[in-house]
Design a protein around this ligand. Structure first.
Ligand SMILES: *[C@@H]1O[C@H](CO)[C@@H](O)[C@H](O)[C@H]1NC(C)=O
Ligand SMILES: *[C@@H]1O[C@H](CO)[C@@H](O)[C@H](O)[C@H]1NC(C)=O
Ligand SMILES: *[C@@H]1O[C@H](CO)[C@@H](O)[C@H](O)[C@H]1NC(C)=O
Ligand SMILES: *[C@@H]1O[C@H](CO)[C@@H](O)[C@H](O)[C@H]1NC(C)=O
Length: 319
C-alpha cells in the first residue's frame, strides 16, 4: 500500500509531462464542438510545425512524405477551413474567421497560411497521396512502388563493397526504378510529387557521376539496339519474302495444273474431231493434213529438219 502511494507522485509527473508535450505539438482535437479559440490554436500550432519542418526537409526534399510535415499541413488546412464554417458562440451571426482574419491590411494569418499552401501545391505533394484532405497518410500505389524500389536499390548499393561493381550488380534495380518513375511522370502529366522527383534526380546523378554507370552502358545499349534493329529488319525481310513467294507458288501451281488440264482436254477434243467428222471429204482431209504438216514445219525448228534430213530420206527410200 505504502509502495503504491509512493509511486503516485511519479505517475502524476509523467501524466503532466505527456499532456504538456501533447498540447505543445500539432494534433487534432477530440472535442466535437470546438470554439473559435480552440480552432485557432490548432491552426497556428500546426502551421508553425509545418514551416519548421519545411526548413529541415528542404534538401534532400522530403516535405511531402515526411510524417510530421504531412500531418501538420493537413491539420492546418482542415482547421483553417473550419474557421470559415464555425460560428462565434458570443455572436451567432459572426464566424470565427471574422474574429481572426483580415483585421487589418497586413492580413498576417491569411498570408502565412497562403505561403504554406503555395509550398505544398508547388511541390505537387498531393500527387503522392490518394486523398486530398485526409490527415492519415495514404500513399498512392505508384508512390509506394517508387519508394520500395528505391529502397531495394539503396540496399543493393549498400551491400556492394567495391564501388566499381555497383553498375553490374544493381543495374536491374536501377532500371526498375527508372521505369516506375517514367510511368508516374507520364500518368501525372509531369506533375510529379517533388519528393519523388528530387530522389530520382539524385539517384540518376549518383548513378552517372559517382558510380559512372551511364556512359559505357549507353554505348553498349546503343550497340545492342542497332544490332537488334538490324537483325529484326533482316528477319522481317526474310519472312516477308518467304511469305509472299510461298503464298504465290501454290496459286500458280494450281493455275498451271488447271491450264494443263484445259490444254489436255482441248488436245483430246482436237485429236478426236477428225475421226468424228467422217463425212469430211478425202480432199478436205488431205488438204487439212498438208496444212498441218506445213504449220509443223514452220513452227518447230528441230523435228521437221530431222524428218527432212538426207539420212531420213535415204532410210525412207530403203523402206
Ligand atoms: C456580430 O457579428 C456581425 C458580423 O460580423 C457584426 O456585424 C455584429 O456587429 C456583431 N455583433 C456583436 C454584438 O458583436
Ligand atoms: C487508401 O486509399 C485507397 C484508395 O483510395 C483506399 O482503397 C484505402 O482504403 C485507403 N486506405 C486507408 C488506410 O485509408
Ligand atoms: C575494385 O575493383 C577494381 C576492379 O576489379 C579494382 O581495380 C580496384 O582496386 C578495387 N578497389 C577496391 C577498393 O577494392
Ligand atoms: C537535379 O539536380 C541538379 C543538380 O543538383 C539541379 O541543378 C536540378 O535543378 C535538379 N532538378 C530538379 C528537377 O530538381
Amino acid at each position: 500500500m505504502v509502495y503504491y502511494l509512493q509511486t503516485l507522485p511519479v505517475l502524476f509527473i509523467i501524466g503532466v509531462t505527456i499532456r504538456l508535450t501533447k498540447s505543445s505539438f500539432c494534433h487534432e482535437s477530440e472535442e466535437v464542438k470546438l470554439n473559435c479559440v480552440g480552432i485557432f490554436e490548432i491552426v497556428h500550432k500546426c502551421n508553425a510545425e509545418f514551416i519548421q519542418n519545411a526548413m529541415t526537409t528542404a534538401d534532400p526534399f522530403t516535405l511531402c512524405t515526411n510524417d510530421f510535415s504531412f500531418r501538420a499541413y493537413r491539420i492546418t488546412m482542415k482547421y483553417y477551413d473550419r474557421l470559415f464554417s464555425t460560428h462565434d458562440p458570443k455572436n451567432e451571426s459572426a464566424l470565427c474567421s471574422d474574429q481572426y482574419l483580415n483585421k487589418n491590411k497586413m492580413n498576417v494569418i491569411t498570408s502565412l497560411i497562403g505561403n504554406s499552401k503555395n509550398l505544398w501545391t508547388t511541390a505537387n505533394c498531393d500527387q503522392c497521396y490518394n486523398t486530398l484532405s485526409s490527415t492519415s497518410k495514404n500513399f498512392t500505389t505508384s508512390t509506394e512502388d517508387f519508394l520500395n524500389s528505391l529502397q531495394l536499390l539503396t540496399n543493393c548499393i549498400d551491400k556492394v563493397t567495391n564501388i566499381s561493381f555497383v553498375c553490374n550488380k544493381c543495374e536491374t534495380h536501377y532500371q526498375t526504378l527508372n521505369g516506375i518513375y517514367e510511368r508516374i511522370k507520364t500518368s501525372s502529366n509531369n506533375k510529379i510529387c517533388f519528393d519523388l522527383e528530387d530522389k530520382m534526380n539524385k539517384t540518376r546523378r549518383d548513378w552517372s557521376g559517382v558510380y559512372k554507370c551511364c556512359r559505357d552502358k549507353r554505348d553498349s545499349l546503343t550497340a545492342f539496339y542497332s544490332l537488334a534493329t538490324t537483325i529484326f529488319i533482316i528477319a522481317v525481310s526474310f519472312y516477308s519474302v518467304v511469305y509472299f513467294v510461298g503464298s504465290n507458288y501454290p496459286e500458280r501451281n494450281v493455275l498451271d495444273e488447271r491450264e494443263v488440264a484445259i490444254c489436255r482436254r482441248s488436245e483430246i477434243r482436237d485429236s478426236a474431231q477428225p475421226g468424228q467428222s467422217s463425212n469430211m471429204s478425202s480432199f478436205d482431209r488431205n488438204n487439212l493434213e498438208s496444212q498441218k504438216k506445213s504449220t509443223e514445219q514452220d513452227n518447230s525448228d528441230n523435228e521437221p529438219l530431222i524428218l527432212s534430213s538426207p539420212l531420213n530420206q535415204a532410210l525412207e527410200r530403203l523402206n
